[in-house]
Write a new protein. Structure first.
Lengths: 504, 67
């Protein structure tokens, strides 16, 4: 029964994704990656909110509250503060991208620092950091079904079906498909969370206050940030690295939704209200607290929400919870896939031919999706360690993003690239070679300290030796400026962007 | 830093300082909820009105620049 409902839900998500292509003007990378930069406020809202509400939010936050208590509140902090930073940067990012024809984060870095090397390096890093994130969503698909059916084979089947559908609708519809599926994802997720926030506490403690009254009596330590794995240092540094990653747009998958806006006003209007929407993050946290009272210590934290829902809700309703959980895996996976393939097609493979670039992009979707699925089935642990780098590693692009957004880029490419490499080496070293050397401090922050120090020294030396990088906005130095094309979109064809003259 | 950057600063400080405020990061409940949940929820709630104000100030600054 649960498997049937799950497969039906997946098919519905896939169908919505396919239907999303309606309204697409042309078949090119501009249309496919950023919806031709013509998406309105509502589609943008769900695309942007969709990046916050993933499998981690739905299952992971409840699990974090179950194992770490109020430490899970760090997600509310970073989830809302990052929106504030993006609010102030959005107009600048959008205008610059529209004017110069960027489709990816690496387009922006390559142009602003006049360096193909930097564009390629940042794209390769972006793919490395996003690939485990994609696999996590696919593994999550299988985990959700396996937890509720108790059968590993049905888990694998749902992974295969889910991945095939994601791949198909992403290939067909691009970002518009993700936007269409996002409406359904957020709607069903909110409905399920509201049902759970009423049903679970009512069933186990007579209501939400009952849950916390009992926790306050029996396990008051869960209500306090205290010494241990999730201490003050962990809380603040993890929050800071996530705010830097989300707010300064260092994760490549945050760019398409931003660049897809019809105008910057729609973008900013959404960003005003997104922190309010972010308060919904408290719903899975509260359900996780209920699990503290009900589940035995040592239970799988990621299964806390699903275990509680299946013990409280009727069978058909549990199926709805599974569909919501699957949607929180499928839709973000589709967004990540778009970010990875556009990085490969535009900034790594590099071809001057528009058509070839489009096919390289589509081939990347198939190869990436297939590899992530195979790894999720046979070697789910292979990329798990790399996942530790997703935020801490990508945060190392923050100084470059900040400098690139300035009207005049005052630091050259050499210090920026050197600083990025140093930052990544520090993060890699502290993550894999000496993992306990810095206690509970997020290694991304230490990497950033090294990164900024090298950048400062490099900029100082650079200034003494030569004039700063003259990549001012006007005139367009690197051949990125777009001419209005015949479609009137204001974007020039994406392929011509590839003909640019890099600084390397 | 321009004037339109200021409105969200207070709620952001309230959110970041949350674990360091002894009256927030302590056992006990406010309105039947953990103190951190109430404090964090209210601070996050204040961000949207603060950003509305920022947008208003930004629009005024843009109009001034145009004149």
């Amino acid at each position: 029964m649960i498997l049937a409902v799950t497969l039906a839900g997946m098919a519905l998500i896939g169908a919505l994704g396919f239907a999303g292509r309606r309204g697409a003007a042309d078949r090119n990378l501009l249309e496919w990656t950023v919806g031709g930069r013509r998406l309105g406020a509502s589609a943008l809202w769900f695309l942007q909110a969709g990046e916050t509400f993933t499998t981690f939010t739905f299952l992971g936050l409840a699990g974090l509250a179950f194992s770490g208590g109020v430490a899970a509140m760090y997600a509310l902090q970073y989830g809302t503060i990052a929106y504030v930073i993006v609010f102030f940067l959005a107009r600048r990012v959008w205008t610059l991208s529209k004017d110069r024809g960027y489709l990816t984060l690496s387009d922006f870095l390559e142009d602003r620092f006049s360096s193909r090397t930097f564009g390629t390096l940042s794209a390769v890093l972006g793919v490395i950091f996003l690939l485990p994130y994609l696999q996590l969503q696919i593994t999550g698909l299988g985990l959700i079904v396996r937890l509720l059916t108790g059968d590993a084979a049905t888990g694998t089947l749902s992974m295969v079906v889910g991945t095939a559908l994601i791949m198909a609708f992403v290939l067909w519809s691009g970002l518009r498909g993700v936007a269409a599926a996002s409406y359904f994802k957020d709607a069903i997720m909110l409905v399920v969370l509201v049902v759970l926030i009423i049903a679970v506490p009512m069933h186990f403690a007579g209501g939400v206050p009952g849950i916390f009254a009992r926790i306050n009596q029996m396990q008051p330590a869960k209500l306090v940030i205290h010494a241990g794995a999730n201490d003050h240092t962990w809380f603040v540094t993890s929050m800071l690295v996530s705010v830097i990653g989300g707010g300064l747009l260092t994760l490549p998958n945050l760019w398409p939704a931003l660049l897809a806006a019809r105008d910057p006003e729609a973008l900013q209007r959404n960003l005003i209200w997104l922190p309010l929407y972010g308060i919904c993050l408290l719903l899975p946290v509260i359900i996780g607290f209920a699990a503290v009272l009900v589940l035995p210590k040592g239970s799988d934290p990621n299964g806390a929400l699903l275990t509680l829902s299946s013990s409280v809700l009727p069978h058909w309703m549990s199926g709805l919870v599974v569909v919501a959980a699957t949607a929180t895996a499928m839709v973000p996976a589709a967004g990540i896939l778009i970010a990875i393939s556009s990085l490969v097609a535009r900034n790594i493979a590099r071809t001057g031919d528009e058509r070839r670039q489009f096919w390289i992009n589509h081939l990347t979707v198939v190869v990436t999706c297939g590899s992530a699925l195979l790894l999720a089935i046979w070697r789910p642990d292979l990329l798990a360690n790399l996942l530790l780098l997703t935020y801490s590693g990508s945060a190392q692009l923050a100084p470059a993003n900040c400098l690139g957004l300035q009207r005049r880029v005052v630091v050259g490419k050499v210090p920026v690239i050197t600083a990025l490499i140093v930052g990544e080496i520090v993060v890699l070293w502290l993550t894999f070679i000496t993992p306990h050397a810095v206690g509970t401090i997020n290694v991304g922050l230490i990497g950033l300290a090294a990164n900024v120090a090298v950048l400062g020294i490099g900029a100082f030396i650079g200034r003494r030796l030569s004039a700063p990088n003259d990549n001012d906005e006007a005139p367009a130095a690197a051949g990125y400026r777009e001419a209005s094309d015949s479609s009137g979109s204001g974007d020039r064809p994406y392929s011509s962007v590839q003909q640019r003259t890099g600084g390397d | 830093m321009r004037s339109y950057h200021l409105p969200p600063i207070l709620p952001i400080i309230a959110l970041v300082a949350m674990p360091f405020l002894p009256f927030v990061n302590s056992a006990g409940l406010w309105l039947g909820l953990p103190k951190m949940v109430v404090w964090g929820g209210i601070s996050a709630l204040l961000l949207s009105p603060a950003l509305l104000w920022s947008e208003h100030l930004m629009r005024r600054a843009r109009e001034k620049d145009l004149q």
